[in-house]
Design a protein around this ligand. Structure first.
Ligand code: SAM
Length: 231
């Protein structure tokens, strides 16, 4: 009963992974990863008591007491005293995922793979990865139940590698690997809708008083609309 979205996230978990799933809710992803023989151990991290209780219940019901540990904690704090090499963070906004990574970056030293699934604003994550010594390794975009989701994976490495030969600001916004998949239906759907919204905002701004802040916004919009045209 796992969503296609979480199955796609799981598809990036390396075999033998020591996983931590941050914001795990019912711990569906770590249960699946163990059952599929992907992860060998997992931590299900949760900041809220209700979802943590749901995770504990699900882990027990599926017989994973010995391999999955549910832990209460904010973001990456649950990595303390754990041996983890792979992290999944799914189903949150890009800015929240970026903040969780930033606040916990001192705990990432043994981690060799990040698998991140922002519901919106993936660009915040790409910028964080770039500025913190992570190399964007792969990206997927998909649609399920009318929502478009992006999945980003990263490994320690050269942050520039994914952006070589590209306009970096444009690629951070749209996804350097996703740009190569521009015939992907989900990509087209997401950015066609975005283009309509940006065009509407542009029309609204055109009616406003020409303050420096407004002119700055207009410049950014024109740049983004140009990128969408190009893509
Ligand atoms: N990861 C699951 C998925 O993709 O279906 C659940 C997503 S659910 C929308 C987000 C979960 O993240 C909630 O259970 C929430 O309590 C948890 N969460 C939010 N902020 C968090 C944080 N700073 N640290 C740990 N968990 C957090």
């Amino acid at each position: 009963d796992l969503s296609e979205r979480l199955k796609q996230v799981a598809s990036f978990i390396p075999k033998g992974a020591r996983l931590a799933d941050i914001g795990s809710d019912h711990a569906k992803l770590p249960c699946y990863a163990i059952e599929q023989g992907l992860a060998v151990t997992a931590v299900a991290g949760e900041v809220a008591a209700g979802p943590l209780a749901a995770a504990e219940k699900n882990i027990r019901a599926r017989g994973h007491n010995g391999t999955i540990r549910a832990k209460l904690g904010d973001g990456l704090a649950v990595l303390e005293n754990e041996n983890v090499d792979t992290i999944t963070i799914a189903g949150m906004g890009g800015p929240l995922i970026a903040r969780i990574l930033d606040e916990g970056k001192s705990l990432l030293s043994g981690v060799t793979k990040l698998i991140l699934q922002p519901n919106v604003a993936a660009d915040h994550i790409r910028v964080w990865l770039y500025e913190n010594g992570w190399s964007l390794a792969a990206e997927t975009i998909m649609e399920e139940d009318g929502h478009v989701y992006e999945i980003l994976t990263a490994e320690p490495g050269d942050p520039d590698a994914a952006y070589a030969g590209r306009n970096r600001d444009m690629a951070m916004w749209l996804g350097p690997y996703l740009l190569d998949e521009k015939n992907n239906e989900a990509f087209k759907k997401k950015w066609t809708k975005e283009k309509e919204q940006l065009t509407n905002i542009k029309a609204q701004l055109a009616r406003g008083e020409k303050t420096p802040a407004l002119l700055e916004k207009q410049k950014k919009l024109d740049r983004q609309l140009g990128w969408l045209e190009e893509a």
